[in-house]
Design a binder for this molecule. Structure first.
Ligand SMILES: [Zn+2]
Length: 242
């Protein structure tokens, strides 16, 4: 899977599977079709869309049968996994990390919203495990793309983040540069990268986009930069229909 910041949905030349990490603008018009926590009818290029009420949890929603329109009973969650074609899985982020995954052999995809809380809680290994246990995916065949998020350059954290990181993530020294006054710079993408490799995904199948959402005002919204939610980027992945 290519990890590409796209100005529209695109088809990867590596794996013929449409997926995108959106910017401020895009994918244009898609937002109008989305209702959080529901499965909705999309535009012709994306027949159905599933999105979540994201709550910084480690909850994974599995859709393993033909979609039913309307509210999902478990729509408060932070990861979506499906084997159903024509269903676009969407996650929204402003500084958190969007992560997309696919096992092209068995035909299962996942989309994850990972902030520090979900990351430390293990939402990435949990989503990978769901692909394996519920759909027969093989970690040797999974491809993972880690999208644009706040970078190490801009992500200063303090005790409310550092303490759970120390207690919940044994390898914290590899992702946190402690500074003064009990603060530190957190490399959230690196944390997710480590967890993905630790889950058994071959390194050559893990892509990451080094864009920092706070630095790149031209491309992205950033909660940290703007001090409030001005907007979110959408990222998505869809299995083709027959
Ligand atoms: Zn930055």
């Amino acid at each position: 899977m290519d990890a590409v910041v796209s100005h529209d949905g695109f088809t990867s030349e590596v794996i013929p599977l449409r997926h995108f990490f959106g910017t401020r603008q895009v994918p244009s018009g898609l937002e109008a079709f989305i209702r959080l926590g529901e499965v909705t009818v999309g535009p012709p290029s994306f027949p159905f869309i599933a999105s979540l009420k994201q709550i910084h949890s480690t909850r994974v929603v599995v859709i393993d049968s033909p979609v039913t329109l309307g509210a999902m009973s478990d729509g408060e969650a932070d990861a979506l996994v499906t084997n159903q074609p024509n269903l676009l899985l969407v996650v929204r982020t402003a500084d958190c990390v969007p992560v997309l995954m696919v096992d092209p052999k068995v035909g299962v995809i996942g989309a994850v919203h990972a902030g520090w809380r979900g990351a430390v809680g293990g939402i990435i290994p949990r989503t990978i495990q769901t692909c394996v246990e519920q759909f027969g995916a093989d970690v040797a065949n999974l491809h993972v793309a880690i999208g644009p998020s706040i970078g190490l350059c801009c992500y200063e954290v303090d005790a409310p983040v550092i303490e759970p990181l120390h207690s919940g993530y044994p390898d914290w020294q590899g992702v946190l540069q402690e500074t003064s006054n009990g603060k530190g710079m957190l490399d959230l993408k690196q944390l997710l990268w480590h967890q993905t490799l630790s889950s058994g995904i071959p390194e050559g199948q893990v892509e990451r986009l080094e864009y920092c959402t706070r630095c790149r005002e031209d491309l992205f919204f950033s909660y940290r930069r703007e001090g409030k939610v001005m907007g979110t980027m959408m990222s998505g992945i869809i299995l083709p229909g027959d």
